[in-house]
Design a protein around this ligand. Structure first.
Ligand code: ATP
Ligand code: MG
Ligand code: FE
Length: 358
C-alpha cells in the first residue's frame, strides 16, 4: 500500500511516503531555530510552526515521491505521546486528508514509530554501524531524544510492545541541552557537546550514573535518571569558579567529555542488562541522541563484547520523521487491521502498549 505518514509530536513537521516497506519520501521541516533562544522546545511556538509548515511539507513529500494525493491508499499520523498542541495540528491535517481522499486513517504511537523506522528499505538506508539483515524479534529498543528516554521490549511491531523502563526525570537529550547551556554552548546542546568533547578526557571527572546503585536497581533496573547528573555538572562548574575565579578557565572539553561518557555509559549499561536478563541478543537504537559519537561507539563496543546484534537506522530516520509513522501505517494496512476512524484525539501521555489508537 502507498501510505503517507504525518508526524508533529515535537518540533519536526515530518511527512513521509512509503510503498509497503520502501521509502519514497521523507520531508522534514524543523522549528528548532525558533526555540533556540528559549533553550528548549516551546509548545505554543512548535504548534504554530507545524501549522505553517504542514502544507508545504506535504507537497514536498509528494514531489519527492513522484506520486499524487489521489494515489494514496491510506494516511497514518502520530497521535501521541508528545506535545498536545503540536500533535493536534498533525492529526487535523491527517483527518482532513483522509476525509477528502476517502482513504482510511491510522493513528499511530510515536515511540512505536521510532522502532518502525527499522522496517524501511531503500537505497543507502542501511548504514555500516550495526546489522544489515531483517530485524528479528523480539528485540530490545533504546529510544533516546530530547523528549524521551525509553527502553522497550518489542515482540511484535503492531501488536506487542512493552515498556521496560524510562526516565524518571529529564530525557537524555534534555540533559545534553541543559548541560550545554551551563557550559555556555548554544542550543541544541547535543551536537555542541559532541563537538567540544573530542578534545577532552572522558575520565577527567567521575560524574554519577543515575539509578545504578544496588538499592536503586531493585526498583529501577531499567529506568533512567539524568537530573542528578545535570546538578552534579552544575555543582562542579560552580565549585571550579569559586576556587579559581577567572584565574583558570573552565575546562569545558573535559567536562563535556566526562558528562557525555556518563550518559553513554548508563544508557548502554541498562540496555545491555535488559538484553542479558531477558535473553534477547538484539538491540535497536532510535532518537536524536543516537547522533552522539560516544553513544554510537560505546553501543558498538559493548554489543560486540556481549554478543548482541546492534541495529541503528540511518540518522535521518532516528530523529522524528513521518516516514517511520507511514511504515507502521503500511504494516497495519498490510496485516488487515481496522482503521482508526475519525474520533480519536491527541494523547500526550499515550502508553507504548497502545500501538494504534481507535
Ligand atoms: P522527541 O523526543 O519527540 O523525539 P525531539 O525533537 O526532542 O523530540 P529529536 O529531534 O529526535 O527529538 O532529538 C533532538 C535531541 O537530540 C536534542 O535534545 C539534541 O540535543 C539531541 N542530540 C542531537 N544530536 C546529538 C548529539 N550529537 N549528541 C547528543 N545529543 C544530541
Ligand atoms: Mg526534534
Ligand atoms: Fe521522537
Amino acid at each position: 500500500p502507498l501510505v503517507l505518514g504525518i508526524e508533529t509530536s515535537c518540533d519536526e513537521t515530518g511527512v513521509g511516503i512509503v510503498r509497503g516497506r520502501t521509502l519514497l519520501a521523507n520531508a522534514i521541516a524543523s522549528s528548532m531555530d525558533e526555540h533556540a533562544r528559549y533553550g528548549g522546545v516551546v509548545p505554543e511556538v512548535a504548534a504554530r510552526a507545524h501549522l505553517e509548515a504542514m502544507t508545504p511539507t506535504i507537497e514536498r513529500a509528494l514531489d519527492d515521491a513522484g506520486v499524487a494525493l489521489e494515489d494514496l491508499d491510506a494516511i497514518a499520523v502520530t497521535c501521541g505521546p508528545g506535545l498536545a498542541g503540536a500533535l493536534m495540528v498533525g492529526i487535523s491535517a491527517a483527518k482532513a486528508l483522509a476525509v477528502s481522499l476517502g482513504v482510511p486513517l491510522y493513528a499511530v504511537n510515536h515511540l512505536v514509530g521510532h522502532v518502525g523506522a527499522d522496517l524501511l528499505q531503500g537505497p543507502g538506508l542501511r548504514e555500516t554501524l550495526g546489522a544489515v539483515g531483517e530485524l528479528e524479534l523480539p528485540t530490545v529498543a533504546l529510544l533516546v531524544s530530547g523528549g524521551h528516554t525509553s527502553l522497550l521490549l518489542v515482540r511484535d511491531l503492531v501488536s506487542d510492545v512493552e515498556m521496560l523502563g524510562e526516565t524518571i526525570d529529564d530525557a537524555a537529550g534534555e540533559a545534553f541541552d541543559k548541560v550545554a547551556r551551563l557550559l555556555g554552548l548554544p542550543y541544541p546542546g547535543g551536537p555542541q557537546i559532541d563537538r567540544v568533547a573530542v578534545a577532552g578526557d572522558p575520565g577527567a571527572i567521575r560524574f554519577p550514573r543515575g539509578l545504578t546503585r544496588p538499592k536503586d536497581l531493585e526498583r529501577h533496573r531499567y529506568d533512567f535518571s539524568f537530573s542528578g547528573l545535570k546538578t552534579s555538572v552544575a555543582r562542579w562548574v560552580e565549585k571550579h569558579e569559586a576556587e579559581y575565579g577567572g584565574a583558570s578557565p573552565l575546562p569545558v572539553a573535559d567536562v563535556a567529555a566526562s558528562f557525555r561518557e556518563a550518559v553513554a555509559d548508563v544508557l548502554l549499561t541498562k540496555a545491555l542488562a535488559a538484553c542479558s536478563d531477558l535473553g534477547v541478543p538484539r538491540l535497536l537504537l532510535g532518537g536524536g541522541v543516537v547522533a552522539n559519537a560516544r553513544v554510537r561507539d560505546l553501543a558498538h563496543e559493548r554489543c560486540v563484547a556481549a554478543g548482541v546484534e546492534l541495529r541503528v537506522p540511518p540518522l535521518s530516520l532516528c530523529t522524528d520523521n513521518g516516514a517511520m509513522i507511514a511504515a507502521i501505517g503500511a504494516r497495519l494496512v498490510a496485516e488487515g487491521h481496522a482503521p482508526s476512524g475519525l474520533a480519536f484525539g491527541a494523547d500526550s501521555t499515550l502508553p507504548v502498549t497502545d500501538i494504534q489508537v481507535r
